[in-house]
Design a protein around this ligand. Structure first.
Ligand code: FRU
Length: 443
């Protein structure tokens, strides 16, 4: 079964959400897509639109490899509106050597990356001939990696266009992660502006930088950060100092926190919604497809990101939340997506279909061992979250294959993939348990 309200591709492989934009009455969602198999391969941009961030209509592939610079993939990027048109920015990839066994992979992990732009007149037609090379690949590794420089996130303000890129450089034989800043007055001619080295990082992917509640927020996916049972690559976010005039970014890595405590989430991107709120969607990685399903990869529910007391807070977008109107008994929700509210006492247990949530005083634990494959390596099965404020109010979204838990007004979120949930629900020392189903069937 497919999730009811979480976005999934029709068939085959999906990773990062890209090109998110509210444009002429529609929310556009593009996605890293390999249309031929349930595994990563030559990247295309899949495409879907929605009026309400809840019900998505899948559309034909928007971007596909068509010129030498992107012949092995159209990697992640972003979208912006200008003069009524939709501008897309992405990384074109060309392998040094194509693998003989699988032409969708490189033979030796080496490739050339450059930044490409395309203008769509209406957000629905994408003419391959409109692709323009904007920023060529680096040739000096001390400045930037020819291979690992990617994922342009572009935005416009009163001073012009801005772009941040994830990158890597080489210094005294060591690889160091960095963010690169570019400026433009027309979205086509780009000039290097500044760089920010990320101490201790090897490579930064999918950067996103935006203003929320008067602060600058950086989100980035850091490669090689995870230790022990954690996944290797983890997405972080936090409040930073940024001057768009000079492109100077100040990051205190002690103030960057994982975007999600479940650690399945990666490559988050935000867009402004109709009212200017920052809406984040992230890829939810899966160790394997749900049983019998022809697709792999899900997205989180769209989340509004806000800043209070210097910390990021997350809330399911009101347009999505308001879809859950039909009250139901917690024991009888299986088979549909539900939203649950519950307050956990200091020694409470809430077990949803085998997914266990437990509170012990100031700590909140989750355990998915009974609804997760035994043989998946480097996936967190148990999580631990510190509760601030001496209480534990949860807002939980359960859909086929996924659980999202918003803790104490979205101070923290735990998102996890689950398999074969049972039709059981039991709880102890839980107060105010309420449950809602979707008002209508989602497509
Ligand atoms: C993140 C990422 C991006 C890249 C894309 C390729 O998951 O590695 O950095 O552009 O995926 O699919």
């Amino acid at each position: 079964m497919r999730p009811e309200i979480h976005f999934t591709p029709e068939r085959n492989w999906m990773n990062d959400p890209v090109g998110l934009i509210y444009y002429q009455g529609y929310y556009h969602l593009f996605y890293q897509y390999f249309p031929y198999a349930k595994q990563w391969g030559t990247m295309h941009w899949g495409h879907a639109v929605s009026r309400d961030l809840s019900c998505w209509q899948r559309l034909p592939v928007a971007l596909y490899p068509s010129r030498l610079e992107d012949c092995n993939g159209c990697f992640s990027g972003s979208a912006a509106e200008n003069g009524g048109k939709m501008y897309l920015f992405y990384t074109g990839v060309r392998y040094d050597k194509v693998s003989r066994e699988n032409i969708h992979e490189s033979e030796n992990g080496l490739f050339t990356s450059c930044q490409i732009g395309m203008i769509s007149p209406d957000g629905f037609t994408f003419d391959t001939h409109e692709k323009k090379l904007l920023i060529p690949a680096f040739t000096d590794p001390a400045l930037g990696s020819r291979v690992h420089t990617r994922d342009p996130k572009v935005w416009k303000d009163s001073s012009g266009w801005h772009m941040v890129l994830g990158s890597q450089c080489e210094q005294q034989g060591q690889l160091a992660g960095q963010l690169l800043f570019y400026k433009s007055s027309d979205g086509e001619t780009w000039l290097f502006q500044n760089r920010c080295q990320m101490a201790g990082e090897v490579m930064v992917e999918c950067p996103d930088l935006f203003q929320a509640d008067g602060s600058w927020v950086l989100m980035a996916s850091l490669m090689g950060r995870g230790t022990g049972e954690e996944p290797e690559h983890i997405s972080y976010g936090g409040v930073v100092g940024f001057d768009p005039g000079s492109g100077e970014l100040q990051v205190d890595s002690a103030k960057l926190f994982p975007l999600d405590n479940g650690m399945d989430l990666y490559a988050a991107q935000t867009m402004k919604d109709e009212q200017g709120r920052n809406v984040m969607i992230a890829w939810v990685r899966m160790p394997q497809a749900l049983e019998g399903e022809p697709w792999i990869g899900m997205y989180t529910l769209p989340r509004v990101v806000s800043v209070s007391d210097g910390q990021l807070h997350y809330a399911v977008h009101p347009l999505v939340k308001e879809q859950f109107t039909q009250t139901c008994r917690p024991e009888s929700f299986f088979g549909t997506a539900v939203r649950i509210e519950a307050e956990l006492d200091a020694d409470a247990t809430l077990n949803i279909g085998g997914y266990e949530i437990r509170r012990k005083g100031t700590l909140l634990y989750t355990d998915r061992t009974r609804v997760f494959p035994d043989d998946a390596a480097r996936w967190l099965r148990r999580t631990q979250t510190i509760l601030t404020g001496g209480y534990c109010r949860l807002e939980i979204y359960v859909d086929h294959g996924i659980v999202e838990i918003f803790v104490n007004g979205g101070e923290q979120v735990i998102t996890q993939v689950v398999y074969e949930m049972r039709k059981t629900c039991f709880y102890e020392h839980v107060r105010g348990l309420r449950c809602w189903k979707l008002r209508t069937q989602q497509s």
